[in-house]
Design a protein around this ligand. Structure first.
Ligand SMILES: [Zn+2]
Length: 151
């Protein structure tokens, strides 16, 4: 579907040679010239590219309660900060600062801790926030609260 170059009607279009120039016209107007080919819909490859471009970027973020999560899990494993630090090849002071919330681990370090402790420290957020329902979201707006009460 497209807009006819001649009459402006929206219809299936044909590449048509009319008076020496090739234009895209509807079936009706195509009668005035020589049809070269049907104008195909956008190729799937092109479509895919466009869709990909529109996809929001996913940004990894450290969960807000990373300190408690790490500390709790480490303690449940009955591991001292020193041992934990040694196991993941980091300084004890850094582990201490992270567990007290004074330092936020980098994404790389958080991934390392995630793997080691088998906990989740990184959540991926879509940069372009859509109005999609995010059920596992920790942050609720007043609107969400009202909606959940109405359920
Ligand atoms: Zn037309």
């Amino acid at each position: 579907m497209g807009i006819c170059d001649m009459c402006g009607k929206e219809d299936e279009l044909y590449r048509t040679e009319i008076e020496g120039s090739v234009i895209r016209v509807c079936k009706n107007c195509a009668r005035y010239g020589k049809v070269l080919s049907e104008v195909k819909k956008m190729s799937p490859v092109k479509l895919k590219k466009i869709q990909h471009k529109a996809e929001p970027e996913v940004v990894p973020l450290i969960v807000f309660d990373y300190a408690q999560k790490i500390k709790k899990k480490r303690q449940s494993l009955q591991m001292q900060q020193e041992e934990f630090a040694k196991q993941i090849n980091e300084k004890v002071s850094l582990i201490h600062n992270i567990e007290t919330g004074h330092a936020k681990p980098s994404i790389a370090l958080a991934r390392k801790i995630e793997r080691f402790l088998k906990i989740t420290l990184i959540e991926e957020y879509e940069e372009q926030q859509t109005n999609k329902k995010e059920e596992k979201s920790d942050v609720m707006t007043i609107g969400d609260l009202i909606k959940s009460k109405l359920k």
